[in-house]
Design a protein around this ligand. Structure first.
Ligand SMILES: [Fe+2]
Length: 294
């Protein structure tokens, strides 16, 4: 694939923040030429058994941005996460910035609007977000130009964000020894995921790739930075010339054995609303559990 906006000479400062409860890595991506920065994939802490939401992970990001005197321009969601809640509105309220997600959010809102039996007041047009990205769209962070690559398969809204010589994989790829994310959520598709991964692997070999989750397979230390070249040669699910057919067969069999993520039910209700907690008729924050609905 051709990437007209590719610019490897811009090298953003990237800092990862690991959330051990959901094995998510959130990022602060800073323009080396200015105080501008973006957050990629923030986390809101939730104790689901207690129905309790707290802000320690989000506060860590906010504190880091304040301490460094940075200006938050963007809050990016690589996709609608099913394993953790987004802290985007909380962060936006404190630091500003525009909230962006892939245009496939509309499909997710449609699918899960039905599953959660939402009423007509729940908009399915993505209007809860400030910007809906489409394939090839670009935006700026200070003097850096970022662009997006549509990578459906794990979810329809998945986007890889390329910012200078750094790409943010979302759940398209894990570390090379972690392989790839599941493709069995509603709207997911293993063949589409394979095709999306091939697009990502056509980025330059020496591009840095930052992944969204790591589970430390085989007991190795948690890691989140790799390169396109490493993925192409060593990714256990798609590297080294694995075929589309191999991948679909493997992914489908593996996904059938995976349990649902612990936080999928609250995560989707919140994340499809751009991180806002839904409210009942009285205005009280309230989550639903659809019985046998997933
Ligand atoms: Fe995900």
């Amino acid at each position: 694939m051709d990437f007209p906006l590719l610019n490897l000479t811009t090298q953003p400062d990237v800092e990862g923040f690991f959330d051990s409860a959901s094995n998510t890595i959130s990022y602060i991506v800073k323009d080396p030429a200015s105080a501008a920065c973006a957050i990629v994939d923030s986390v809101l802490d939730m104790d689901y058994a207690a129905g309790r939401i707290t802000y320690d992970s989000a506060d860590r990001l906010i504190e880091a941005i304040r301490q460094r005197g940075l200006r938050l321009e963007w809050i990016i969601e690589t996709h609608v996460h099913a394993d953790h809640l987004s802290a985007a509105p909380y962060i936006q309220q404190k630091l500003g910035g525009k909230l962006g997600v892939g245009v496939g959010i509309k499909e997710i809102q449609d699918t899960f609007g039905k599953i959660f039996n939402e009423g007509t007041e729940f908009q399915r047009d993505g209007s809860q977000f400030d910007v809906l990205f489409e394939e090839g769209d670009s935006y700026t962070i200070g003097e850096m130009t970022a662009f997006v690559i549509a990578t459906p398969g794990h979810t329809p809204a998945c986007m890889v964000h390329v910012i200078g010589n750094a790409a943010f994989a979302g759940d398209t790829l894990f570390m090379p020894d972690g392989g790839s994310a599941r493709a069995d959520f509603p709207g997911g598709d293993a063949g589409e995921l394979y095709d999306s991964i091939q697009k990502v692997l056509s980025l330059p070999d020496d591009m840095r790739l930052f992944i969204c989750h790591d589970y430390g397979p085989g007991g190795r230390a948690i890691a989140w930075e790799t390169t396109i070249g490493e993925q192409r040669s060593a990714n256990i699910h798609v590297g080294n010339g694995k075929t589309r057919e191999d991948f679909i067969a493997f992914r489908t069999a593996r996904d059938a054995e995976l349990a649902m993520p612990k936080l999928i039910i609250p995560s989707l209700q919140v994340n499809m609303r751009a991180g806002e907690i839904p409210r009942d008729d009285s205005g009280t924050p309230m989550l639903k559990v659809p019985v046998n609905g997933l």
